[in-house]
Write a protein that binds this ligand. Structure first.
Ligand code: HEM
Ligand code: NAG
Ligand code: NAG
Length: 465
């Protein structure tokens, strides 16, 4: 059987599309638009946001079609049914990642040795398992972790209060990013870092560089297919080299911090740090893991994947909420009454609307191409009785911002619980109002990159009485 590879749904820099293992014969028969020799459809696709072009094409070509880019064939899946079939029903066959023609990810990931980029082999299973176990523990109310988390959210509330109702930019690293990044640091090292520490600054720098410069299919993507372009002084290649350097520096700082933490550990105190779990797994007999696996997992899978997605979703939320005071009021009524269903419905709606990792996920899957709808409607997730609709309801099943199947996002539960806590805490204390600078909140106009983000905007945080 002649089979053809392509990348799975990887939002972190791999290639252009969701595509599949499929027999060559069958993809040749899929609907497609005729392109140019060699370049294929490359110039017909909006390269910065290919998912927008594909959403349009699906109206004509149907939910499964093929696209050719520079001699390579991709298959686009754009309906819930097709995606569900690939990622869940046939999850095992589709859980691989491409290591060929993925030059940029190869560099950033030390040749695919971290979770997000690794082919589905036994090392991937092992690394995923160790991290997953610790992330699960994080949310089961461990006293120490709980205390640190409460501290980080109180810190955010203080920072909002300190703006004294002046207009400010919430995408500044001292606000949402700080909160989310320190959640992740608590998971990793059981401590937090101030925004002026060396480690915080390096991580923030890495986040911004990765998010804005590693475009899945846009500027610089030609390096994936033609790595030799780097010899002509390609700018994206220079960015990647500098990100690799920062990645290594962050890892050294994290190792130092882990050693310092070892010394502070009290006798009989349980060591709950994710870095310890990784180190222990590496020390096991026939563990398959090396320090490179640990470095990749910590810096890319936990620090980058864990902070960029969540903090940018939250910033996009703040932008949306300034334009939809009615949503905010409903949310506040619920929070005041003890957290209820309105807010439970706002979270899936936020994730649907912003879909910060669109190629990795599936807002493509909305068969009614809801992306056209400019207004967020949390009500779509509320039933007739006003409660959150069940997990099997059409609207919730069709929402897959975290992917699905064996490659589903490792941080889904953690991300949802953090978003929940942060949104409710802010709703309780503040009215979020428009500030002096505004940015569109139409999801089609978000800044493109490895993770989508909002253009610069400002808000005013007015304390509620
Ligand atoms: C709003 C927040 C988040 C969104 C929207 C999001 C979205 C996604 C998506 C779409 C994927 C790809 C799934 C696939 O390939 O089918 C993914 C994978 C992944 N995410 Fe997230 N994510 C979020 C938060 C997090 C957090 C907090 C962490 C870590 C603590 C994390 C770690 C990962 C990892 C390690 C993978 C790769 C899994 C694998 O390849 O086996 N993510 N995420
Ligand atoms: C899994 O894939 C990675 C990346 O290609 C490789 O480094 C690792 O050795 C593989 N593990 C096994 C058990 O083959
Ligand atoms: C190299 O990188 C720059 C900037 O990222 C990009 O615009 C350009 O198209 C790339 N390719 C070549 C062949 O220079």
């Amino acid at each position: 059987m002649e089979s053809y590879w392509i990348t799975a749904l990887c939002s972190f820099g791999a290639i252009i599309l969701s595509a599949i293992w499929i027999r060559r014969r069958s993809w040749e028969q899929l609907p497609n638009y005729r392109g140019l020799p060699v370049f294929g459809n490359m110039f017909q696709v909006k390269r910065e946001r290919p998912e927008l072009t594909f959403t349009e094409w699906a109206k004509d070509l149907g939910p499964v079609f093929s696209v050719k880019m520079l001699l390579k064939q991709f298959v686009v899946l754009i309906s819930f049914e097709a995606i569900y079939e690939a990622l869940v029903k046939k999850g095992k066959s589709f859980s691989d990642r491409a290591t060929k023609d993925a030059f940029r990810m190869g560099k950033l990931s030390d040749q695919f040795v971290n979770i997000v980029s690794m082919p589905a082999n036994s090392t991937w299973v092992k690394l995923r398992k160790v991290c997953h176990k610790k992330i699960k523990m994080y949310d089961t109310g461990m006293k120490r972790i709980e205390d640190i988390s409460t501290g980080t959210i109180n810190h955010l509330i203080e920072a909002f209060k300190n703006t004294k109702q002046e207009s400010f930019n919430p995408s500044d690293y001292i606000y949402m990013y700080n909160t989310v990044m320190n959640t992740i640091m608590t998971l990793l090292l059981c401590r937090t870092f101030s925004t002026d520490s060396g480690i915080f600054k390096k991580i923030a720098h890495f986040e911004q560089g990765f998010r804005l410069n590693i475009l899945p299919a846009g500027r610089g993507a030609e390096l994936d297919f033609c790595p030799w372009l780097r010899f002509f002084g390609n700018e994206t290649y220079k960015q990647i080299q500098s990100l690799v350097e920062v990645r290594n520096q962050i890892w050294e700082l994290i190792k130092e911090e882990a050693l310092r933490g070892d010394k502070l550990l009290q006798e009989n105190e349980e060591d709950v740090r994710l870095v310890t779990a990784l180190k222990d797994a590496m020390a096991e007999e026939d563990s398959e893991l090396s320090e490179k696996n640990l470095r990749g997992a910590v810096i890319i899978d936990i620090v980058f994947a864990g902070t960029s997605t969540t903090s940018n979703s939250l910033c996009i939320y703040l932008n949306i909420i300034t334009r939809h005071p009615e949503v905010q009021t409903k949310l506040q009524e619920e929070v005041d009454k003890v957290v209820g269903s309105e807010i439970m419905a706002t979270i899936p709606e936020l994730l649907r609307y912003s879909s910060v990792a669109p190629l990795g996920a599936t807002h493509m899957s909305h068969e009614d191409t809801d992306i056209q709808g400019k207004n967020p409607q949390p009500e779509r997730f509320l039933g007739d009785d006003g409660g959150l609709v069940s997990a099997s309801h059409h609207n919730r099943r069709h929402l897959m911002p975290f992917g699905a199947g064996p490659r589903v996002c490792l941080g889904e539960v953690l991300a949802k619980s953090r978003i929940f806590l942060i949104i409710t805490s802010l709703a309780q204390k503040f009215d979020i109002l428009p500030g002096k600078v505004s940015a569109p909140c139409d999801p089609r106009l978000l800044l493109h990159g490895a993770v989508l983000s909002s253009a610069k905007f400002e808000i005013v945080a007015k304390q509620r009485m």
